[in-house]
Design a protein around this ligand. Structure first.
Ligand SMILES: [Zn+2]
Ligand SMILES: [Zn+2]
Length: 191
C-alpha cells in the first residue's frame, strides 16, 4: 500500500482537485484494505469488490485506493447518500464496512479554525485517528455470481425494445422477457 501522501497526490489528479473528500476517502479505503490484510490492491486487483454508498468526492478516492472501477464491475454503487463503503475480499469472503462518523465532520471543521474551511478540513482528516473518523463493522456480503467481475452468461434480448441485456438483468413479466426500462423502471421518457 502507498502512503497517505502518495495516494492524495494520485487522488488529486484522478479527481481533478484535492479536497477534504479526497483525504477522507483515501483514509477510509486505506483502513478498509488494512482490515482485510490487503497489502497491494494493484497487485491483487481481482481480490476486492467495493460497495460505495454516495456519489460524491469521497467516492473517487475510495475507488482509486481500492483500485475498484465501475467498468471492471468491481465498484458497486448503492445510492443511499451515506459516506460509507464496504470492502469485500473475494478470496476469503470477509467484508468490512467503514462509515464516516457523524461527529467527524464537525470535529474536522473546528480543528484548524485559522485555515480556510476546506483546507482546515483536509488537514484535520489527515491528522485524526481512524477511531475518531470512522465506524467499522464486519459484515457479510453475498455477491451474486452475476455481479462478480468476469461473469460470463447468456445475453438476452428484450421482447419489447429489442435491446440486448447482460448479467441477468432481465425481468419476466407475464411470461415475456423484458429489460428493466420496459418493465417500468425507466428513468427517462421518450420524446
Ligand atoms: Zn472534490
Ligand atoms: Zn426493453
Amino acid at each position: 500500500m502507498k502512503t497517505l501522501d502518495e495516494y492524495l497526490e494520485l487522488a488529486a489528479v484522478a479527481h481533478g482537485h484535492l479536497c477534504a473528500g479526497q483525504v477522507l476517502g483515501v483514509r477510509l479505503a486505506m483502513l478498509g484494505l488494512r482490515e482485510l490484510d490487503i497489502e497491494d490492491p494493484i497487485a491483487e486487483r481481482k481480490r476486492v469488490v467495493t460497495y460505495v454508498e454516495i456519489d460524491r468526492c469521497v467516492t473517487d478516492a475510495v475507488a482509486l485506493v481500492a483500485n475498484c472501477r465501475l467498468g471492471k464491475r468491481a465498484l458497486k454503487f448503492r445510492d443511499w447518500g451515506k459516506v460509507a463503503a464496504t470492502f469485500v475480499d473475494l478470496q476469503t469472503g470477509r467484508a468490512v464496512r467503514i462509515a464516516a462518523k457523524e461527529s467527524s465532520k464537525q470535529l474536522a471543521r473546528e480543528m484548524f479554525p485559522e485555515m480556510g474551511k476546506d483546507a482546515g478540513q483536509q488537514k484535520a482528516y489527515a491528522a485524526l485517528s481512524n477511531e475518531v473518523l470512522f465506524d467499522k463493522q464486519w459484515v457479510k456480503v453475498e455477491v451474486l455470481p452475476e455481479d462478480l467481475p468476469g461473469f460470463k452468461g447468456p445475453r438476452v434480448v428484450c421482447a419489447e425494445c429489442g435491446e440486448g441485456i447482460n448479467f441477468k438483468r432481465e425481468v419476466v413479466v407475464d411470461g415475456r422477457v423484458l429489460c428493466r426500462a420496459c418493465a417500468g423502471e425507466r428513468y427517462y421518457q421518450h420524446l
